[in-house]
Design a protein around this ligand. Sequence first.
Ligand code: RNT
Ligand code: ZN
Length: 421
Amino acid sequence: MSDLSKKAFEVAKEQYAAFGVDVEAAVKKLKDIPISVHCWQGDDVKGFDQDGPLTGGIQTTGNYPGKARTPEELMADLDKAMSLCPGKKKINVHACYAIFENGEFADRDKLEPKHFKKWVDFAKERNMGIDFNPTFFSHPKVKDGLTLSSPDEETRKFWIEHGKACIRISQYFAEETGVPCVMNIWTGDGYKDIPADRLGPRMRYKESIEAILSEPFDKNKVKPCVESKVFGIGVESFTAGSAEFALTFAATHDGCLPLMDNGHYHPTEVVSDKIPALLCFFPEIALHVTRGVRWDSDHVVLFDDETKEIAKEIVRNDALDRVYIALDFFDASINRIAAWTVGIRSFEKALLMALCTPNAKLRQLQDEGKLTELLVMQEEIKNLPFGAVWEKYCEECGVRADSNWFDEITKYENEVLLKRV
Ligand code: RNT
Ligand code: ZN
């Protein structure tokens, strides 16, 4: 840290202290909060087990050069991005990222822990846990856009077997890394146009998830979640896994968590407000932090108002150990490593800012009915010198605070990414 930065931090420390905020304690605390980094930003959600297009109501757009084509490339890119980001990380892997050795292949219903051994080695070497996702898309067994809710029994059975295999793999991840594995169930099951039956698909979806969860697992090691979505590309009129469906499923199935992706709601709904609502009832919840733009999710996470608000709700409700935070976005139109880096750093910033907010003082003003003072203070604290604290945090984590990190990416792009042809 330069002398100037050191001075700036000392001044910031005093200014925050005047509001009762201990920025050194905030910096220390953030170092232990894990954020789960999704592997799928690096290759446009392609995976290694099939060659078809991305399906399931999600889409990547753009053709920026340098996408990862092999496990080695993807891991190297992930490493590069993580090396530019402060804080503790987990990695988040989809089942389609199974790694097969020498011509071997296993279909999704037959996946085994050994197909993910390289991910375990990768995580262990970096002292990280692993989160997991069955992949219910980009596969020929997706019939008429449906998987777990399909009216076709054979189709449902295949995907149930896939889900069960993923529970076993999740347990393996938890046992190998010593960190619980959050296993998220999301399908793009739905209809483009108005369905004639909304109950049938949902009943089948419910029974299929129940069948998956009948696979034995240790609840302290595997944390199954159900992620809802209001619509998807090509499934605009109906999704089986709507918000009410997923939330009620989690509420009525012991050990199952609701997962909220903040790009999956009607545009004026905010997940920040839903977090404390769910914390009243669930011991633990899970999040996909993303950025919705107009009608869809999955833009790169920014340090914007709703991202800050989400972080605030986790921090000020003392829920850092009750909320599993994962990122979920994929942009193929910009440098993918920069996309990762911007997203991870943005959420780290949001958490740090939340930790540097005089939450107790603000709550007191609210409870005393001093709502004018509350509004005034909420606005005043926006001027506190947050940048100096962020710089200190980055420095303590051994990463660059300023936009110089992008130079590293330019170098990597020239030396590595552009050579991938
Ligand atoms: C899609 C969901 C889902 C996926 C990943 C790849 O809208 O958010 O979580 O993005 O599983
Ligand atoms: Zn998601």
